[in-house]
Design a binder for this molecule. Structure first.
Ligand code: SF4
Length: 451
């Protein structure tokens, strides 16, 4: 079993919505190409006159609605997801004729709208979300690179190799191996994950804690902005934001279980609506599912008054669930459908709630498994290719299911729990690979076809 060597800061990334595969990954590709052009000798750049971007798979099918075109261009202009201002994608400085002047390696290249090519939906590249960026001159191609946006904002390319990283002291590749390590070393999950993160990222504990606190802050900011922002979301659907209404209604309700549920939904709507607006969110584990974990984090912090240190430790445990799902299946809707996005987010969130409530790792694993099990088979079918319907409500349902999964795991007897997290992830992978392409982020099946 290959050892997981992903850093938590690669999984939980800060960047613009609405879809990590369609915005953060492509923006990174554009930025990488921007840097490669800057490294070319001036005599080669002097010959450059055409820059083209070919989008394949679901980048082609739904890239327009997801803002892939603007994300690649922002990267080509030198912007990176972590520091791109929230409104930059809405304000790319196009020329009057719709072209864009891109400074590259000491020259300026004019990118024209037809140079963004929405290519084949079906193809033979190793990953669905493929893009090729090509710089040409009169004598032919000067520079070309084939990129793969593999989900959650992760980017690979033709010939990509896993970068050299520090070896984690407690290696694991799946949930079973992780639990064995914890038992053998007598570590809790936060201690184990912290030790591994230090080795993988090369950061010290203070830096990691600071980074985790920043992630929690950005999650809470996305909720806070969302519950206070009225109006309509961009795009042709004309979808009204719901978070402020639900938040106000929850505030007016008497103290009961329903009130907490309405709050939880309002928080998930809030972060998801901010994502749909193309504003800054945390990929948890993707942009499309960026409302689930922030919603439960806000519930834990504001309603259950759970201290920051405890939520931070629980987030490390939740990240382990995301890593295992990514390594053994996928967190990309284009690869395995929505079960890999909202399903994995709910699974991570269920573990987070259990760990933050000191319920122990066995309950956390059962909760994570239960949450994922009840998302199995969920297709990705965004209406008109926009991460709005069904995505926003799915985040609310994912948060509610995550909390319910925790309650089922906590109130049941652990010995009665029959399915392990690894089995649910295996089932998700098989089910996702069996799904026809229409159900994997192409906006051609399911609700996208009917609405
Ligand atoms: S349906 Fe699910 S996987 Fe597809 S874009 Fe929406 S949130 Fe992402």
């Amino acid at each position: 079993m290959p050892v997981i060597t992903t850093s938590i800061f690669e999984l939980l990334k800060i960047g613009p919505g609405p879809s990590s595969s369609h915005t953060i990954g492509p923006m990174k590709a554009g930025l990488d190409f921007h840097r490669l052009m800057a490294e070319l000798p001036p005599e080669r750049m002097d010959r450059a006159h055409t820059l083209q971007v070919h989008l394949f798979g679901s980048l082609s099918a739904t890239g327009k609605g997801h803002g892939t075109d603007r994300s690649v261009l922002a990267g080509l202009l030198g912007k990176s997801p972590g520091d791109c201002p929230p409104d930059f994608l809405d304000a790319i400085p196009f020329n009057r004729d719709g072209s864009l002047t891109i400074p590259a390696g000491g020259v300026e290249i004019t990118f024209r709208q037809p140079d963004m090519i929405y290519d084949d939906g079906q193809h033979d590249f190793p990953y669905s979300n493929t893009l090729i960026i090509r710089l040409s001159g009169k004598d032919g191609i000067i520079l070309e690179k084939e990129y793969y946006s593999v989900g959650g904002g992760f980017l690979q390319w033709k010939g990509w190799r896993e970068p050299e990283r520090g070896a984690p002291p407690y290696p694991y590749g799946n949930a079973m191996e992780l639990w064995k390590q914890m038992k053998k070393r007598r570590l809790d999950i936060a201690e184990l994950m912290m030790a591994n993160e230090k080795a993988i990222s090369g950061m010290d504990e203070t830096g990691i804690n600071r980074g985790l606190d920043h992630i929690i802050d950005v999650m809470e900011d996305s909720v806070e902005r969302g519950v206070r922002t009225e109006g309509y979301l961009p795009g042709p659907i004309g979808l009204h934001r719901k978070a402020p209404l639900f938040f106000q209604r929850a505030r007016g309700m008497s103290q009961n279980a329903e009130r907490l549920l309405v709050y939880l939904c309002s928080y998930a709507f809030a972060a998801s609506e901010e994502n749909a607006a193309g504003h800054t969110v945390v990929t948890a584990p993707t942009c499309g599912s960026a409302g689930v974990i922030p919603a439960v984090v806000r519930l834990l912090r504001r309603h259950q008054k759970i201290p920051l240190e405890k939520v931070r430790g629980a987030l490390l445990g939740a990240a382990a669930v995301g890593f295992i799902a990514k390594q053994n299946a996928s967190i990309s809707g284009a690869e395995v459908g929505c079960q890999g996005e909202i399903g994995v987010a709910a699974s991570m969130a269920a573990a987070l709630v259990a760990l933050a409530n000191d319920s122990g790792v066995r309950i956390a694993e059962n909760a994570a498994e239960t949450a994922l099990e009840h998302h199995l088979g969920m297709t990705c079918d965004p209406v008109k290719g926009y991460v709005q319907i069904p995505c926003i409500e799915r985040n609310a349902m994912g948060a509610v299911k995550a909390y319910t999964a925790y309650l089922i795991a906590r109130e049941g007897l652990p010995d009665w729990h029959m399915v392990g997290l690894d089995k649910a992830i295996e089932a998700m992978n098989m089910t996702g690979r069996d799904m026809r392409a229409e159900y994997r982020e192409t906006a051609k099946g399911g609700l996208a076809r009917c609405c």
